[in-house]
Design a protein around this ligand. Structure first.
Ligand SMILES: Nc1ncnc2c1ncn2[C@@H]1O[C@H](COP(=O)(O)OP(=O)(O)OP(=O)(O)O)[C@@H](O)[C@H]1O
Length: 260
């Protein structure tokens, strides 16, 4: 069981510049163990860039990201950060379409181990138990022998989440996991994220406000690279500045559409 209350990730004063343009400016984000956090904000707010910083894809020009209370990961490479236990899932699923669902999970499990162990290892009953447990958690128990390419869009996303979980990350970073999903798939994904957050910490960048309302306990709002507001969905929704940022955006979009 996760030790709730201890920070697993602490981003302090993070700034990211692209050719002099500050995409993120002095951003702070603290994530507890066993927490599901939603990161929202209008287009261009810097949400994805924050995930890129945490997984090591982008190096900040200032600030620190401390993992597990001690390691500053801003000086580490992406693969080192992944090995430390931070997993990133992008929008497009990267599964092996011609292999079965179970084989995909097995590959992910073996990637976690040393090359020698992987080459010569046979699956033991503990491994099989883990694979079946994972299959069940992502709701695909009846489809273990299906070709992964034949799954629905939502199922492919769950499989990829399952593959990430086989690598036992402490922190999972997800970019718009429910984009393109049916309502039913979206709800199932929300439940899955809650289940994952019982043992791990999860950060979800999301635009689907109904999904956020239904499944978020704590929300971080970014705007123009900065932290605008943090709190429960109720607190965030009741904040005038948050409303202005979202409503202002809608007004702009409406204006540009009507003048197009
Ligand atoms: N590699 C890059 N080079 C230059 N500018 C970039 C780069 N990546 C992002 N930006 C800019 O940084 C800003 C923040 O982008 P980011 O993708 O982090 O925002 P976001 O909140 O995730 O937006 P969205 O919700 O639209 O995905 C944007 O203005 C974007 O154009």
């Amino acid at each position: 069981m996760a030790n709730k209350g201890a920070a697993i990730l602490e981003c302090e004063d993070v700034t990211v510049e692209f050719d002099g343009f500050k995409a993120v400016q002095g951003m702070n984000l603290q994530l507890q163990k066993g927490e599901l956090r939603f990161l929202i904000g209008p287009n261009g707010a810097g949400k994805t860039t924050m995930l890129d910083v945490i997984c090591g894809k982008v190096r900040p020009s200032a600030g620190s990201v401390t993992f597990g209370g001690k390691v500053d990961i801003t000086r580490k490479h992406e693969h080192q950060i992944a090995e430390l236990g931070i997993g990133r899932k992008f929008q497009a699923p990267s599964i092996f379409k011609d292999m079965t669902v179970m084989e995909n999970l097995e590959i992910a499990m073996r990637q976690k181990r040393s090359v020698m162990a992987t080459l010569f290892a046979r699956m033991n009953s503990e491994d099989e138990g883990r694979l079946n447990g994972q299959l069940s958690m992502i709701g695909l128990s009846s489809k273990g022998s299906w070709r992964a390419g034949g799954l629905s869009h939502g199922e492919k996303q769950w499989l990829e989440i399952g593959m990430m979980l086989m690598q036992e990350p402490e922190v999972l970073l997800l970019d718009e996991p429910v984009a393109g999903m049916t309502d039913k798939e979206t709800d199932k994904t929300g439940e899955l994220l809650h289940e994952i957050a019982r043992a791990r910490s999860v950060v979800v960048v999301e635009h689907d406000m109904e999904f956020v309302r239904n499944f978020a306990s704590k929300v971080t709002v970014m705007h123009e690279g900065k932290l605008l507001k943090e709190g429960s969905m109720e607190e965030v929704q009741g904040d005038d500045r948050v409303a202005e940022v979202y409503l202002g955006r809608r007004r702009e979009e409406h204006a540009s559409r009507s003048t197009a």
